[in-house]
Design a protein around this ligand. Sequence first.
Ligand code: PLP
Length: 384
Amino acid sequence: MSKKYTQIDTKLIHSGEPTPRILGAVSMPIFQTSMYEYRSGADYHDIKYIRLNNTPNHIALHTKLACLENAESALVTASGMAAISTTLLAILSAGDHLLVQNCLYGGTLDFITKDFPSFGITYDFIDGNDPESWEKKLKPKTRAIYVETITNPLLQVIDLEEIVSFSKQHKLISIIDNTFASPINFRPSELGFDLSLHSCTKYLNGHSDIVGGAVIGSSELITQITHKLNHLGGSMDPHACFLLQRGLKTLGLRVRQQNENANKIAHFLDKHQAVIKVNYPGLPGNPSYRRASDLFEGFGGMISFELHGGIDSVNNFFDKIELAIIAPSLGGIETLVTRPAATSHAGMSYKERQQAGISDTLIRISTGIEAVEEIIADFEQALG
Ligand code: PLP
């Protein structure tokens, strides 16, 4: 199971695949059985059961995902939110404190701001671009720091190197949601992050047909999080495991195409007279451009932008769109457009969104792998 491949495209296909192949099967079969027979002499730890995340479908994925980010271990979960909530609850207990980046995916933000109080866990927001201000936010029981590789929906890249060195200096567990970058563009453990989280619903699966999550990091932390997941029960179903394993095989091809398409779309929008502002770290004028160029192998497939003319222009654009699909979520092979204020960030109040810089007219694009000239032609006619 653990042959060492050096190139990510080979790992996507071969790492974690069963050796020898199961009855010669070239693709991993689905083990659709909730429990497994055990022999006398086996103890509780030998028992295989879907909720314990230890069936052949889980194990193959754990090995593959760890290899992709050059980490020791990995764990798949029922959704991205299961990965996030289980990780935070495994690491933090009543009385503990978390430092959190001030611009986050809405579901994570909701979990921290609305659910943490009932667990007795406290938090403070940090400005990811102002490392000088972080130390003042530390408390005696600060245990961890939580950030995202590329923020949703403003596509900013904060000072990730400083986050790692600050965490090491203060013995904090550094956690990063790497969903937007995917292991093709960025591998957090190589920079020194302790834990990388994914919504596999997005790029890792890439076909908009499952929800799933993953946690990747050291064996010690993954064991701790697995125990919590066994109790909370957010395990991935074997059929979803199979689809994720299949989707992962084309991750490199998909994400590189999405990087390329997004770059062209961002440049097109940037020059368009109907557009006020484009947020994309691959635009040389973007404040995150230098950092993203230094840290990432690609700028990703996500773009957001503002139109002249307020909500009427946005509605008009959405009415005219033909190729792109108006839908939340992201990372699939089809181009999606959405308005974060009405979807991913609807849980925030208007005032909170304003403070975070998310206007009600911001449009977000998740670039697909269609022919880019046809995506651009669709946007061109919709903007006209
Ligand atoms: N992290 C990010 C960056 C996301 O955008 C999302 C969902 O949109 C999640 C986590 C949650 O993932 P899931 O919907 O799979 O629970």
